[in-house]
Write a protein that binds this ligand. Structure first.
Ligand code: SF4
Length: 225
């Protein structure tokens, strides 16, 4: 299986009725993007196909990736994340505007445990579990080169660890807890926790650019990047 084959199957997925309805009905409802054609489908991973570092988010936002069709592209969380990736030397430019803007990532791939935009950015646990196999399949393709993962937020952490465990990575029991700055070594894979770069976390000062740069610098180093 290739990334292209995986993505072409993924974008056809309609397994979660609530999310299918939302990702389509929310298109064009924000004045700033009125008249724009929305992607309104599951969002594939973005970045290197031989990535040593994966970044696990939460889910596409209604007017961000659900609009542009590219992971983390077109919303404030993504604007923050790409500034960090550029500062750490993992992105070719500090801005991710749209598919076709020339942006490339060095040794890094962005994925999310839920691939369709959920209302209020809150997938249900049933939706998370229904979507799990897409993340598992993508990590399986990355496995030959993957050495580190940054997980943005507790939702991604709780979604990811069972996937890693089922795929044979040595996840201890009880599972390590999520925390900003957490690091757990699973065989040859280092997993880092980082607060999500959501507007709420940024506006309240819970997360700052230096904090996230520090987390990504450690993860890039663990990945050999
Ligand atoms: Fe399919 Fe995942 Fe979207 Fe559900 S969230 S419809 S499983 S791609």
């Amino acid at each position: 299986r290739t990334f292209a084959a995986l993505d072409s199957e993924l974008v056809q997925c309609r397994a979660c009725p609530r999310l299918v309805e939302w990702r389509e009905s929310v298109a064009g409802t924000k004045a700033a993007f009125a008249g724009e054609r929305y992607w309104a489908r599951p969002v594939p991973g973005f970045g290197a196909e031989d990535a040593a570092l994966a970044v696990v988010g939460l889910a596409p936002s209604a007017h961000g990736a659900n609009r542009t069709g590219r992971m983390f592209t077109g919303d404030p969380s993504g604007d923050f994340l790409f500034r960090v990736l550029y500062e750490v030397g993992l992105a070719s430019q500090p801005v991710s505007a749209a598919i076709g803007d020339g942006l490339t990532l060095r040794g890094t791939r962005l994925v999310s445990p839920v691939r369709c935009a959920p209302p209020e950015n809150r997938p249900t646990t049933a939706e998370r579990d229904t979507c799990r196999h897409w993340l598992a399949d993508e990590l399986d393709l990355l496995r030959p080169t993957l050495r580190a993962i940054v997980v943005l937020g507790a939702f991604g952490w709780q979604a990811l660890l069972p996937v890693l465990s089922a795929a044979g990575w040595p996840v201890p029991k009880p599972r390590p807890a999520f925390a900003h700055g957490a690091r757990t070594q699973l065989g040859d894979l280092a997993v880092f926790g980082c607060y999500h770069v959501s507007p709420r976390n940024v506006q309240t000062g819970r997360v700052t650019q230096p904090m996230v740069v520090t987390a990504f610098t450690a993860a890039a180093s663990a990945a050999g990047l």
